[in-house]
Ligand binder design. Structure first.
Ligand code: NAD
Length: 320
């Protein structure tokens, strides 16, 4: 993505040492901005930002967003929150706190500094959808008391807070609903389907497939995704709040994904079928018409191209 700002901005990225956050920090630095990465390293890793530490425009700060943060910034990208079920269910109370209290703290900071704020929301706000594909106008079908509720309801509350700060305090907000994303720097043990399959295939372990494999997902490559984040922040008018779906509408069944991963890794692993976990959605596909119309964005990286990079990353990681 080519873009040179006339005036570099001071940009805060919470969750900046995580999978998406570290890619975002990289692209913002490439654009000439000053980046403050804030992370408590719960699921993030210093390795993810190791390549940025020598950059004089980059600063990493250990901080938990559930506590107030006093810094001066022009923009905030609020990504802090564990994103995979194994991680967000490890300490569900902390997950809700991170989404709710963390977002209040960041919105408070945005209010005080008049910064524009990007909120990393999620397709999980749609729950187990009865509408396919999901447009932003769909209100969702979410279990409020299940094991995934800390994440789903936490993120829904965070969206509500963004819109209340916008209505009540005129904070400029950009709410993005992110669908499944994959790429280098995903966690090897986060239980998410793409990383799971690749790691199992590379280790020669059985590929664990939940359900019969016919449930579908859409996968967006991380470079496409972070480009959309920046375009939503930079290329939309101040009164454009979202929510806006960002993801790849190309659907694949989980069974198909397992076969592609086996083929591309050359692995001899076998596929092992397991029962579907509670509240697992059958189908999830973004309707990205709004992103197409508003920022002229759509994903460019084909699944096989993205998988090639991701497999290379995990091969290197597992051999270290
Ligand atoms: N990756 C996806 O497919 C996806 C899909 C939908 C939404 N999202 C959202 O995007 C954001 C980033 O996700 P990711 O995939 O990079 O996950 P990740 O777990 O790799 O990154 C989250 C980061 O937030 C940090 N963090 C967690 N709690 C914190 C706290 N209290 N204070 C400070 N830092 C904290 C973690 O240490 C980590 O570095 C999350 O908000 C997630 O909900 C991701």
């Amino acid at each position: 993505m080519q873009y040179s700002p006339a005036e570099p901005k001071k940009i805060l990225v919470t969750g900046g040492a995580g999978f998406l956050g570290s890619h975002l920090c990289e692209i913002l630095l490439k654009q000439g901005h000053e980046v403050l990465c804030v992370d408590n390293y719960f699921t993030g890793n210093r390795r993810n930002i190791a390549g940025l530490l020598d950059n004089r425009m980059f600063e990493a700060m250990r901080h938990d967003v559930t506590f107030p943060l006093y810094v001066e910034v022009d923009e905030i990208y609020n990504l802090a929150c564990p994103a995979s079920p194994v991680h967000y269910q490890f300490d569900p109370v902390q997950t809700t706190k991170t989404s709710v209290v963390g977002t209040i703290n960041m919105l408070g900071l945005a209010k005080r500094t008049r910064a524009k704020m990007f909120q990393a929301s999620t397709s999980e706000v749609y729950g187990d959808p009865v509408v396919h594909p999901q447009p932003e106008s769909y209100w969702g079908n979410v279990n409020p008391i299940g094991p995934r509720s800390c994440y789903d309801e936490g993120k829904r509350c965070a969206e509500a807070l963004c819109f209340d700060y916008e209505r009540q305090h005129r904070v400029r907000i950009k709410v993005a609903r992110i669908f499944n994303t994959y790429g280098p720097r995903m966690h090897p043990d986060d239980g998410r389907v793409v990383s799971n399959f690749i790691v199992q295939a590379l280790r020669g372990e059985p590929i664990t497939l939940y359900g019969d494999g016919s449930q579908t997902r859409s996968f967006c490559y991380v470079d496409d995704l972070v480009e959309a984040f920046v375009r939503m922040m930079e290329d939309t008018p101040d009164d454009f709040t979202g929510p806006m779906n960002i993801g790849n509408p190309a659907e694949f069944s989980i069974g198909e994904l397992a076969e592609i991963v086996l083929e591309m890794t050359g692995s001899k692993s076998r596929i092992e079928f397991r029962p579907l976990p509670a509240d697992d959605p059958r189908q999830r596909q973004p309707d990205i018409s709004l992103a197409r119309e508003t920022i002229g964005w759509e994903p460019k990286v084909a699944l096989r191209d993205g998988l090639k990079e991701t497999i290379a990353y995990f091969r290197h990681l597992l051999n270290e």
